[in-house]
Design a protein. Structure first.
Length: 251
């Protein structure tokens, strides 16, 4: 089982349009620090599943037939906009699995093209995904949103974005067994005002402390957090890393 981060930014991405903060200037001159729409690629055996589809060049990144399907955490634009173009392909069908959101995104349900939205997922219901165990877990967000737990051959990965904290039932489920890799929403630097949609650094670290994964990877990062990390000399625990595009985690 291998998880590769394709995008690690929040909705604004990095660099932010017309922003001259330290993080955005750095990203303009060094591609390593750019952040695209938050997404990942899950690979195991001969299967490849895309997690979220906010990248707008999906048809260039993935040749026809190379994806078994797409897992949607939710249908906000920065996590689903890439489907708008992909749907107009021909000659194949691509399953899109996700929460039972009756609205979806834009007119995708009305004009799905090659996308198959017929199967929705239920929280805590384990399904067999080509030999891998997939469990959706509820998150706290302004739109119906799932996190995903992947289990195969005794290893357990959790992908949790977008969320602000965790619901009690999700926290209890995740604490029951060791998580080898936790990919977690961390959009903002520490802030006295709690966001209604995303973790700040303090909240993310509380989740990490509670779940105690072998490795925590912070993602869905905004430019304000990057600036804070650049200027405050933040020393992260050895088992916590800041996500970057292209990072790969294998079991």
């Amino acid at each position: 089982m291998r998880l590769t981060l394709l995008g690690t930014g929040n909705a604004a991405q990095v660099p932010v349009y017309n922003c001259d903060c330290l993080a955005c200037i750095r990203a303009q001159t060094d591609l390593r620090y750019q952040r695209g729409p938050c997404s990942a690629l899950l690979e195991f055996d001969d299967s490849r599943w895309l997690i979220d589809s906010g990248l707008t060049d999906l048809s260039q990144r993935f040749s026809p037939g190379s994806l078994k399907g797409i897992l949607q955490t939710h249908y906000h634009a920065d996590h689903a906009q890439g489907l708008l173009h992909l749907r107009w392909g021909q000659g194949i069908r691509i399953p899109v699995l996700g929460p039972p959101d009756p609205d979806g995104f834009a007119d995708l349900y009305k004009h799905p093209g090659i996308l198959d939205f017929s199967r929705t997922l239920k929280v805590f219901e384990i399904i067999n995904l080509d030999g891998l165990q997939l469990t959706p877990v509820p998150l706290i967000h302004s739109k119906l949103t799932y996190g995903y737990v992947f289990a195969k051959e005794g290893k357990r990965f959790a992908y949790l974005t977008d969320t602000v904290g965790l619901p009690t039932d999700t926290e209890d489920y995740l604490k029951a067994e060791t998580i080898d890799v936790l990919v977690l929403d961390c959009s903002f630097p520490p802030n006295e005002k709690i966001s209604r949609n995303h973790n700040d650094f303090t909240m993310a670290m509380k989740v990490v402390e509670t779940l105690n994964p072998r490795l925590a990877v912070l993602t869905h990062i905004g430019h304000e957090l990057d600036v804070w990390l650049m200027t405050e000399g933040v020393k992260l625990p050895a088992d916590v890393v800041i996500g970057r595009e292209g990072m790969c985690f294998s079991s």
